[in-house]
Design a protein around this ligand. Sequence first.
Ligand code: E4P
Length: 218
Amino acid sequence: MKFFIDTANLAHIQEAQELGVLDGVTTNPSLMAKEGISGEQNVIDHYLKICEIVDGDVSAEVISTDFDGIVAEGEKLAALHPQIVVKVPMIRDGVKALRYFSNKGIKTNCTLVFSPGQALLAAKAGATYVSPFIGRLDDISQEGMQLIEQIRLIYDNYAYDTQVLAASVRHPLHIIQCAEVGADVVTCPLDPIMKLLKHPLTDIGLDKFLADHKKANS
Ligand code: E4P
């Protein structure tokens, strides 16, 4: 399973990269705004900085909601760097744009996916990635992880190439469950990734090993 980091924070991206487990980055307009990135040139510069830090795919989301606008924005973003993946919302003109980009060999990430039907359409339209939002479904008392399982089954039934990119991942258990049900990619902030590291018995065990070594060598 690939690990993407879901942030526009360069320090967090750098930290995950240095850990040696990072396969890519996803951003969205809210995450860019959170880092205070605004204005076309600043946004472009920020994407390029992200591409310098990581080797893998970097999702850059379009703001337009009409076909012509999505295509114009997406082509501009894709031309910035070979690592850029155009992130397109799951709306009617978005689906049309996914097919357009797919025909032109431009990588896409279909975002804001909350149902198996939406995921099926994204795959039919040739999306490179589909982003089902687990946490936001959990927030409204629906089983986010069940959606990942349903999409996995559907894609496997028909051998769709579209990769299941589990998004809106909030905690380490989400990551484990995504791995269990066969998500291709998980994207989340730095915190849940770092929490995978932790186990109290590891800390207790290491303290004991180091104390015993010190005793034996003093
Ligand atoms: C996906 O690509 C989104 O950027 C993200 O995962 C949304 O997460 P949130 O629901 O925690 O905002």
